[in-house]
Write a protein that binds this ligand. Structure first.
Ligand code: C2E
Ligand code: CA
Ligand code: CA
Length: 755
């Protein structure tokens, strides 16, 4: 069957449920992982940046320190030549220019690569000047450039002048000193200017106001910066005046006001960037790992979700379907019925529910076993499924109950037509495991129109109609109508009354004579149940027998009738006593024993007992039915096939079962005069029965014409109002005592007389 809209919707709901779950689970995982990754990256980058900053700061300090160190170095070198007693003698006592040139200027410039040497005397006059670069013949006035150091040594400053940086740090400008080093501009170029007062300790202890001072100057030029760069392993250390190139680090040597004296730039090798560079591949690998992990988790979750969804739909299928035949079960049916009712109320096409009850399925199960029963259910399922249209629903509601929801028709004519198709499909013989099985079906139909309330109501209506169908003789369908409600309750009431009547032995037996073909001799009687209701009076068997059959009361009723007939029949030696046996009674496993016991108890001659059964009695498991018949026949009991022509009229029964008699149904007898084919059928049935070695009895013979026809056709015996109505046992006894009183006229004479 194609998936219903409900199943599709269920599938979609499941899909979106999975999507929802995925969003709820996966999104947080992705967010957490993403946040973790971002944190790691940010941590790496900021710590790298911090490391870079620290490294640059450190390099700035190192550069400044290197320049200061050079200044101190220069001062040391200068002191070693100008701060000696020899120098004091050569300069202060008796000025010796040759000595100054050789021992100070040449020495400092040749061995220590100082750039300029200057000597200033106590009065501030420049006495000596020498450039290492001999081409430099500058005559510029150096006094301004020398003044800061000079004044500092003389102790004549309030503060360090602008544009100078004290390398020694902590010199008190107000006190005279013997040595100093400043970073400042000298002849327009940044330089380190070292100065030493010349004189012995004794000369200088009284201040150095009049001491000559030797200056030695070294430019902070490319060469010095290269050396510093080499020492500190810095690339491209250079002096800049313009803004630095991108990526270059900058440091300044500034004066006391923060104004730069010299700006230096170099290309830093930031360790953080290196770290980032070396860490990046690992982060990349970790990221790829995370992505892979997330992918794997997603795939695992998807698989798990799919497995769960599959399990769920399997469970749902199991919960909604019958395990034996795979048809939707009562729950599914209920849901669909509600949906159909809603649709009909909303203006959709009218629909109907068929409630199908299999007759005799239980017997098959009990006698042939569950595996045959299950196989039978499967066969019924297939047949029912073939009848319905694509979007109609076939369901199994219980053991032997099926239901169909169809939109194929809503008027009673088409509903009955569908029911007819269902009945003939279900009632055709089955062959299962070598057994031939025939079952019956009763159907209750409830039409669903816009007034329909709910599934429970519709099912109740269908159930009521089913009850009626069973009461009306099974293998038929009834359509629910409002009158059934009242009818049902009156039937239920009647059922209770019937139960009481049986318990209190209030049922009676009436006997109808069965005569020979000539109609002049009673050959037997048929026992018929009679019930006089205390309030309602005489209730016809057509009314109470179906109630007894549906309620199971028929078993007791049947035994009661059998015992009564055997007791009464004892008074009529030579007569056959026919007793009706209901299907329910016949199929009980103890049926044979019950008959044997009653025969024994009443001491009735078994060969005078004739059990009348209808074709429907034999339905179900034909083998057990045959066995029961054979066992009873073995003790002499005879069997008549009652109402022949109304049921299945299957030749199968006639050939297979050892009937002694065939009773042609009164409906044929009635139509002999009116329907020409009825006469032909009667002829055929008579010759069929004779051919199979059976006696033929015609029922319901009311007039001379029928009598004449049937006699001519070769019927062996007859029963009907023409020969006697059912009556109390005493009537039969009286009739047997004086047969002449009851003799019917010869039909020829009667017809001749009448015309
Ligand atoms: P049935 O076995 O076919 O019994 C014959 C029915 O035809 C009887 O109806 C009888 O009164 C009626 N009948 C006989 N001759 C004529 C006639 O010339 N014209 C007309 N119109 N009817 C005639 P009854 O007694 O109403 O019984 C109806 C059915 O109830 C029986 O049909 C039988 O199937 C069932 N029944 C009656 N008693 C018992 C019983 O004790 N046990 C069982 N299981 N069924 C019974
Ligand atoms: Ca009968
Ligand atoms: Ca009959």
């Amino acid at each position: 069957m194609p998936p219903s809209a409900q199943e599709r919707i269920a599938g979609e709901i499941k899909g979106s449920r999975w999507d929802h779950a995925r969003v709820r689970l996966v999104v947080p995982i992705i967010v957490i992982v993403a946040v973790a990754i971002v944190c790691v990256v940010v941590a790496v980058l900021t710590s790298a940046q911090r490391a870079d900053e620290l490294s640059t700061n450190r390099q700035q300090e190192l550069i400044q320190h290197a320049i200061s160190a050079r200044g101190m170095h220069m001062l040391g070198q200068l002191s070693s030549v100008a701060g000696t007693p020899a120098a004091a003698a050569a300069i202060r006592s008796k000025y010796d220019e040759a000595w100054v040139t050789q021992h100070i200027a040449d020495w400092l410039q040749t061995y220590f690569a100082h750039d300029v040497t200057v000597l200033v005397d106590g009065s501030g006059q420049i006495k000596f000047i020498r450039f290492r670069d001999r081409s430099n013949t500058s005559t510029a006035d150096l006094r301004a450039d020398l003044a800061p150091s000079l004044e500092l040594l003389r102790g004549r400053l309030a503060a360090l002048p602008n544009g100078t940086l004290d390398v020694m740090r902590g010199q008190d400008p107000l006190k005279p000193g013997s040595r100093t080093v400043l970073v400042q501009h000298f002849l327009g170029e940044p330089a380190i200017v070292a100065a030493v007062a010349v004189g012995t300790d004794a000369d200088l202890s009284s201040g150095n106001g009049g001491a000559p001072v030797v200056f030695s100057i070294k430019y902070i030029n490319g060469k010095m910066l290269r050396e510093i760069g080499n020492d500190l392993q810095l690339t491209g250390l250079r002096r800049i005046d313009a803004p630095p190139a991108a990526d270059e680090a900058v440091t300044e040597l500034a004066d006391g006001h923060g104004d730069p004296i010299v700006r230096l730039a170099w290309m830093p090798s930031p360790p953080g960037r290196d770290v980032v560079k070396s860490v990046l591949p690992f982060i990349g690998v970790a990221l790829a790992g995370f992505a892979l992990l997330v992918g794997l988790v997603m795939r695992y979750m998807r698989r798990t979700a799919q497995a769960i969804a599959a399990g769920e739909s399997q469970l749902r299928h199991l919960a909604m379907h019958d395990p034996i035949c795979g048809l939707p079960n009562r729950i599914y049916f209920g849901e669909r019925l509600e949906a159909v009712i809603t649709k009909v109320r909303a203006g959709g096409p009218a629909a109907a529910v068929f409630y199908i009850d299999l007759d005799h399925f239980k017997d098959v199960n009990d006698t042939l076993g569950h595996h045959v029963g299950d196989e039978l259910i499967l066969n019924v399922t297939q047949r029912l499924s073939r009848i319905v249209r694509g979007d109609d629903l076939v369901a199994r509601l219980g053991g032997d109950e099926f239901a169909i929801i169809t939109t194929c028709g809503s008027d009673s004519y088409s509903l009955q037509a569908i029911a007819g198709r269902i009945i003939s499909a279900v009632c055709a013989p089955y062959s299962i495991n070598g057994h031939t099985i025939i079952i019956g079906a009763s159907i209750g139909i409830a039409a669903i129109d816009r007034r329909a309330r709910d599934a429970a109501d519709i099912l109740r209506y269908a159930d009521m109609a089913l009850y009626r169908a069973k009461n009306e003789g099974r293998n038929r369908a009834c359509i629910y109508d409002a009158a059934m409600d009242a009818d049902l309750s009156s039937r239920k009431l009647l059922e209770g009354n019937l139960h009481d009547a049986i318990q209190n032995d209030k049922l009676r037996a009436a006997y109808q004579p069965i005569v020979n073909a000539a109609g002049d001799a009673v050959v037997g009687v048929e026992a018929l149940a009679r019930w006089t209701h205390p309030q309602m009076g005489e209730i016809p068997p057509s009314q109470f027998i179906p109630i007894a059959e549906n309620s199971g009361l028929i078993v007791e009723l049947g035994e009661l009738m059998l015992r009564r007939a055997c007791l009464d029949g004892a008074n009529w030696p030579g007569l056959t006593v026919a007793v009706n046996v209901s299907p329910l009674q016949f199929r009980r496993s103890d049926f044979v024993e019950v008959v044997e016991r009653i025969l024994k108890e009443t001491a009735f001659d078994a060969s005078r007992l004739e059990l009348e059964i209808t074709e429907s009695t034999l339905l179900g498991n034909l083998d057990t039915a045959e066995l029961s018949m054979l066992r009873l026949k073995a003790i002499g009991v005879r069997f008549a096939l009652d109402d022949f022509g109304t049921g299945y009229s299957s030749l199968l029964y006639l050939r297979r079962f050892p009937f002694d008699k065939l009773k042609i149904d009164s409906s044929f007898v009635r139509s002999i005069e009116t329907a020409p084919d009825a006469a032909a059928i009667v002829h055929a049935v008579v010759s069929l029965g004779r051919g199979l070695g059976m006696k033929v009895t015609a029922e319901g013979v009311e007039n001379a014409e029928q009598h004449l026809f049937l006699r001519a056709a070769g019927v062996h015996s007859m029963q009907g109002y023409r020969f006697g109505r059912p009556g109390p046992a005493d009537d039969i006894t009286a009739r047997l005592a004086s047969p002449d009183k009851y003799r019917v006229r010869n039909p020829d004479e009667e017809i001749a007389l009448a015309s």
